[in-house]
Write a protein that binds this ligand. Structure first.
Ligand code: TRP
Length: 348
């Protein structure tokens, strides 16, 4: 077996090994957008052929900051799976499962919670940032559930003996916390759990159509995999362009233009080169430039949207995939829980 002792690894450096498991997940709080597509979905579609892959719909985790909106979480469970299926993640290769249907994960969370201090959770940079951003929800004091979600995420990962966890870099502190829990568990109760490695995809975060560093539903600046041609048109037509460019023959600055930024994601290298030169020379109108972008986005997202339509019309098929995956996942989590309880002398 290859030696894995790195804390994190880049996606192009992982060696395929079908005997190793990957686990990753999403909070079902909204449809997936092209930030997810370039940041994680494309790499999931590649990794599914290299490892045994598990993808969790983290509904329990989603509730930690949406406890007052269970309908939203429930509605998005199938929406997220439809997005994943639409981009080519294959249910014959990947196990999709619903977190709340695996009570073994909740039980592991309870046992692991003895191994983490409150101070350590409060120091977790991701949790810290999120708490600061959720003042409206949490007021003066954060809930026990939200503060503890890294412990629950450690249970998600270790329940499946996952070796690799493909995530964005905002998740690194959570993987680090999981690794600490594993080490502490193993040092107290004996070698039981596997220490996971974060796998970083090589794309950076995709900016919103308005130029905001982050793309998100609440910011209203996202392009969704479920958007139809009309929505794409409307969003691209209102995207932020070079504010200094008023007339068509003004010399442009593509580096500050969101339309050019998106061309770099969806158009060929040659097209980008021409666009950049023409824009700088004042020889290209923004409207034509946007139309070309709309065509290219539609060329990439059109087939995804069609595949998504199929699943929208066959919701029972989506539920069947989730139920079959969950049943399989639960068997594995049960084996881990048995092992954990044995190590903890709870095997009555
Ligand atoms: N915290 C992750 C996010 O917000 C979702 C998640 C839940 C996850 N459980 C996981 C990611 C396990 C990787 C592994 O995107």
């Amino acid at each position: 077996m290859q030696e894995i002792n790195d804390e994190k690894i880049k996606i192009e450096d992982v060696k395929p090994d079908k005997s190793l498991r990957i686990l990753t997940g999403d909070r079902p709080t909204g449809h997936l957008h092209i930030g997810h597509y370039f940041g994680s979905l494309k790499s999931r579609a590649k990794l599914q052929d290299k490892f045994e892959t598990f993808i969790e719909v983290a509904d329990v985790q989603a509730l930690t900051d949406n406890f007052n909106n269970p309908q939203k979480v429930k509605d998005n469970v199938t929406q997220i799976i439809m997005d994943e299926l639409a981009v080519g993640i294959d249910p014959n290769k990947v196990t999709f499962f619903i977190q709340s249907m695996i009570p073994e994960i909740a039980e592991l969370t309870v046992y692991y919670s003895n191994l983490v201090t409150i101070a350590r959770l409060q120091r977790n940079p991701t949790v810290k940032t999120e708490i600061a951003a959720k003042k409206e929800l949490f007021g003066e004091s954060v809930t026990y559930g939200f503060l503890g979600y890294p412990v629950s995420q450690a249970a998600d990962i270790t329940a499946f003996d996952a070796t690799y966890v493909p995530v964005g870099d905002d998740q690194l502190p959570l993987i680090e916390q999981c690794r600490e829990i594993v080490r502490k568990f193993n040092s107290i109760y004996g070698e039981t759990l596997r220490e996971p490695v974060a796998v970083l995809s090589n794309t950076t975060r995709i900016k919103g159509l308005d130029g905001n560093e982050k793309m998100g539903k609440s910011l209203g600046n996202a392009l969704y995999l479920s958007d139809d041609l009309e929505e794409i048109k409307q969003k691209v037509m209102s995207a932020l362009t070079d504010p200094q460019r008023i007339r068509k023959d003004d010399k442009g600055h593509p580096e500050v233009c969101m339309v050019y930024y998106y061309h770099k994601l969806f158009s060929t290298e040659n097209e980008c080169k021409n666009i950049c030169e023409e824009c700088k020379a004042g020889a290209r109108g923004c409207v034509a430039c946007k139309k070309q972008l709309i065509d290219n986005i539609n060329r990439e997202l059109g087939p995804i949207r069609e595949k998504r339509h199929y699943y929208e019309e066959h919701p029972n098929e989506v539920m069947d995939i989730l139920m079959a995956g969950t049943e399989h996942a639960r068997k594995i989590a049960k084996q881990t829980l048995d092992r954990v309880k044995k190590s903890m002398m709870l095997d009555y």
